[in-house]
Design a protein around this ligand. Structure first.
Ligand code: HEM
Length: 500
């Protein structure tokens, strides 16, 4: 009798084990492929200094949908135009929230900004109002005189370098240009003569960016990671960066109170007006902290991204003299006797627009977009993606995907000649601004800044590599971070063009 009981029990165990194994295999089949990782840290060690590049290499083995474990956080990375479309278009509503990230939390006064706020009514209303009031085409056109004035200053300074045959640090100059335009448009602040010390401001922006993009243990080990951040000193440095930015905003508010400003309404005027009118957004009234969080997005979203694009474009052009000559001829044949090229003129420069798209294909300034968090289960290529999963779209890898692009490594703007591919989020092979509900709301402002800055620098000057260098010495190494720029500064010698 005991033997029968024992055999029955054994049989039952075998059936249960088989059923469990079958279920596990089925569940695994529904999960995307994963590179093997270590206990506790998972795949964190595989990210390296430039995660978009490491993830691209992994995707060549594990496919365009991969599941990684970053610490204790399940993370899906998509790396092809087709899977990006499934995420950003077909399933956008399932995955357009943002994860809680330690650096972002502090810099955004607990997610009161647009970029890091979760997907909710507050975010929807805030984004709508900012798109209408701050990022609209009307607003972009209203700041055009500011851009023209700052570009004129840049032309004067490069003309001086040309007369001395000395190199211009274009990485620095383009950053200067965007900082000056944004400071004037947002704060009515003349960056060059302001109370701010320039180095201090650059550091402020640099540090804030660093903390947004840097490795923080709290992000990957929600239950105890803060101890590591505290021990490594990251938490203290992050708090200091937030405090410094806070002091900067406060100075701006004080200046706006003191001065009886005349002329164009700047971003601070507008946000303070909304605060005074007790504008209700989602769950409550707009407060001073909301204003600061929105200003943080303007500062960090607008400055680096445009400057990086202009620098990458000039680096590609100097390495490709045929393209440089062609784009300059287009500009110079169209514009005769102009001191500054205007925004309207740009519409007549199709090849310049192709050069910029080609630059964004190879050098998207935010290569993994901003991370998303899945809100409800959905499928990509038949794989089930669970709620709370962290989601990255590797637009850097998509720009180099041989399935989408012929001779993908080549800088060849003509590839855009016979197609309608643009960078506005409808063509999933080219996504410098992302797509879907979270697409960059500053796209028009950023694009016009890049077009305008580059057109003028290419119209006014020919460019040469400094003495003792050859074109091949211009490297294309990338700097690490949330936004990826050229690691080594780009130094080129301007030669004043006298043909106009
Ligand atoms: C060349 C210039 C620019 C590039 C390449 C760029 C790129 C991006 C990218 C890739 C995203 C993330 C999209 C996603 O997660 O799907 C983003 C978001 C954002 N950008 Fe830009 N950007 C640029 C200029 C600007 C400017 C000028 C502003 C503001 C003045 C701005 C403000 C923002 C904001 C607020 C978000 C967050 C949107 C949200 O989460 O709803 N950006 N940008």
């Amino acid at each position: 009798m005991a033997t029968i009981w024992f055999l029955s029990l054994l049989f039952l165990c075998c059936i249960l084990l088989a059923a469990f194994k079958h279920k596990k295999r089925r569940t695994n089949q529904q999960q995307p492929p994963s590179p093997p990782g270590f206990p506790i840290i998972g795949n964190l060690h595989q990210l390296g200094e430039l995660p978009h590049q490491s993830l691209w290499s992994l995707s060549k083995t594990y496919g365009p949908v991969m599941l990684l474990k970053l610490g204790s956080v399940p993370t899906v990375v998509v790396s092809s135009s087709e899977t990006a479309k499934q995420v950003l278009k077909i399933n956008d509503l399932h995955c357009c929230s943002r994860p809680s990230l330690a650096g972002a939390k502090e810099l955004s006064y607990n997610y009161l900004d647009i970029a890091f706020s979760p997907f909710d009514d507050y975010w929807k209303e805030l984004r709508r109002i900012c798109v209408q009031e701050l990022f609209s085409a009307k607003r972009v056109h209203s700041i055009q005189p500011i851009k023209e004035e700052e570009v004129r200053k840049l032309i004067v300074s490069a003309t001086e370098s040309a007369s001395q045959k000395s190199p211009v640090n274009l990485s620095e100059k383009f950053l200067d240009l965007t900082v000056s335009v944004i400071c004037k448009a947002a704060f009515s602040l003349d960056f060059h003569t302001s109370v701010l010390n320039n180095d201090g401001f650059d550091k402020l922006i640099h540090d804030a960016f660093l903390f947004l993009g840097s490795f923080s243990a709290s992000n990957f080990f929600p239950n105890g990671g803060w101890i590591i951040d505290w021990l490594t000193g990251l938490q203290r440095r992050r708090e200091k960066s937030v405090k410094d930015l806070d002091v900067f905003y406060q100075q701006m508010f004080d200046l706006h109170k003191q001065e009886n400003k005349q002329g164009v309404e700047d971003f601070v005027d507008l946000l303070l007006k909304l605060e005074k009118e007790e504008t209700v957004l989602g769950y409550g009234k707009l407060t001073r902290n909301h204003v600061k969080a929105i200003l943080m997005n303007v500062l960090l979203g607008a400055i680096n991204t445009s400057a990086m694009t202009m620098t990458w474009a000039m680096a590609e052009l100097i390495r490709n003299p045929r393209v440089m000559k062609k784009v300059q001829s287009e500009i110079r044949n169209q514009m005769i006797n102009k001191s500054v090229i205007t925004l309207d003129d740009i519409d007549h420069l199709p090849y310049l627009k192709m050069v910029i798209k080609e630059t964004w294909r190879l050098h998207p300034p935010v290569p993994l977009l901003l991370p998303r968090e899945v809100m409800s289960e959905f499928e990509i290529n038949g794989y089930k993606i669970q709620p709370k999963t962290l989601l990255y779209v590797n637009v850097w890898a998509i720009g180099r995907d041989p399935d989408s692009w012929k001779d993908a490594d080549m800088f060849y703007p003509e590839r855009f000649m016979d197609n309608n591919i643009d960078a506005k989020g409808q063509n999933f092979e080219l996504l410098p601004f992302g797509s879907g509900r979270r697409i960059c709301p500053g796209m028009y402002m950023g694009t016009t800044m890049v077009e305008f800055g580059l057109a003028n620098m290419l119209y006014q000057f020919d460019w040469e590599v400094p003495d003792g260098m050859v074109v091949e010495d211009i490297d294309m190494e990338e700097s690490p971070g949330l936004a990826v720029g050229k690691k080594n500064e780009l130094l080129l010698v301007p030669v004043k063009y006298l043909g106009h």
